[in-house]
Design a protein around this ligand. Structure first.
Ligand code: SAM
Length: 280
């Protein structure tokens, strides 16, 4: 059977969309229907199912939870690259890291809260190492997709991806693969040992980690509706230091959170002092 020979009915699309929403908080638009059909067809073939209905029932009752995780891994959009939205890294380098360093409260802690396969947390790690060396800082990366978190933890990428890393950082913090690792590069151990990764659904309130000096939450909120956005931001803010910084993507304004977050730069926010709101 080819991928296209499966027919995703309206009812099946809605069932899978609702199941994915209950697992991730992401509500897939109708326009994602062929994407859903195509990505899941591979799994149907592997499991020898003939319809999406059989598949969704199987996911629902799977006692291990592994098929639910695989559904999340398959339907999330994980596009990312090193030094994406370069202005944020310049801001880290020139202002935020020096300011937090000056607070004398090591380690400087940064959370990349929807880290995908890891280029964002490692780009942050390079900026931290550039200023602080290999100690006195920690980067945490998490994502709802276990598959991407695994790749992030490995720190290994196809060689094409190295090109976005500034040359001086490339030389200092990356190693090119040889022999069986030809065509790949790896982030140096000295950097990786200050980075930790785990699977986390941001619809849940952070428990057992934080508070952070800086949280990156970029190119993730765009996939959510208003109610879920609000839940995620409240969860994120609960893990941010009162004088910490929250950085979102350039297309993600947090106007809905203006009673508890102050915009200090475009796309950069700080918690409002408890008990006060913006005057004027
Ligand atoms: C487009 S990537 C952005 C990666 C990176 N922040 C960047 O800007 O390059 C969005 C990520 O959000 C993750 N995501 C989606 N829903 C999530 C949730 N409920 N909790 C945590 N991560 C989620 C996806 O798995 C995906 O890896």
């Amino acid at each position: 059977m080819t991928a296209n020979s499966y027919n995703l009915t309206d009812r099946e699309f809605k069932e899978i969309r609702d199941l994915f929403f209950s697992l991730s908080g992401v509500l897939l638009a109708d326009s994602k229907r062929s994407l859903m059909a195509g990505r899941l067809a591979k799994i149907l073939r592997e499991l020898n199912f003939e319809t999406y209905q059989q598949y969704v029932e199987y996911v629902r009752v799977d006692p291990t939870g592994l098929e639910k995780q695989r559904l999340v891994d398959t339907l999330t959009t994980n596009e990312t690259y090193f030094f994406r939205e370069e202005g944020h890294f310049e801001l880290l380098r020139k202002e935020l890291i020096p300011e937090i360093k000056g607070r004398n409260r090591p380690p400087v802690s940064v959370w990349s809260a929807a880290c995908s396969t890891g280029p964002e947390p490692y780009s942050v790690a390079m900026e931290l190492a550039n200023i602080l060396g290999y100690s006195g800082w920690q980067v945490t990366g998490s994502d709802i997709s276990q598959k991407t978190v695994k790749q992030a933890a490995s720190g290994m990428y196809p060689l094409e991806m190295v090109e976005r890393i500034p040359e001086n950082y490339r030389k200092r913090y990356c190693l090119k693969g040889v022999r069986s690792q030809e065509g790949k590069f790896i982030i140096k151990t000295e950097l990786r040992q200050n980075c930790r990764f785990f699977t986390w659904n941001l619809m849940n309130r952070p428990a057992g980690f934080g508070p952070f000096d800086i949280i990156f939450l970029r190119n993730m909120l765009i996939y959510f509706n208003a109610t879920e956005k609000e839940t995620i931001i409240r969860n994120i803010v609960s893990a941010l230091r009162p004088d910490g910084f929250l950085i979102v993507g350039h297309s993600e304004a947090l106007n809905f959170a203006q009673s508890y977050l102050i915009k200090v730069r475009p796309t950069v926010y700080q918690p409002m002092e408890t008990g006060f709101s913006k005057a004027g």
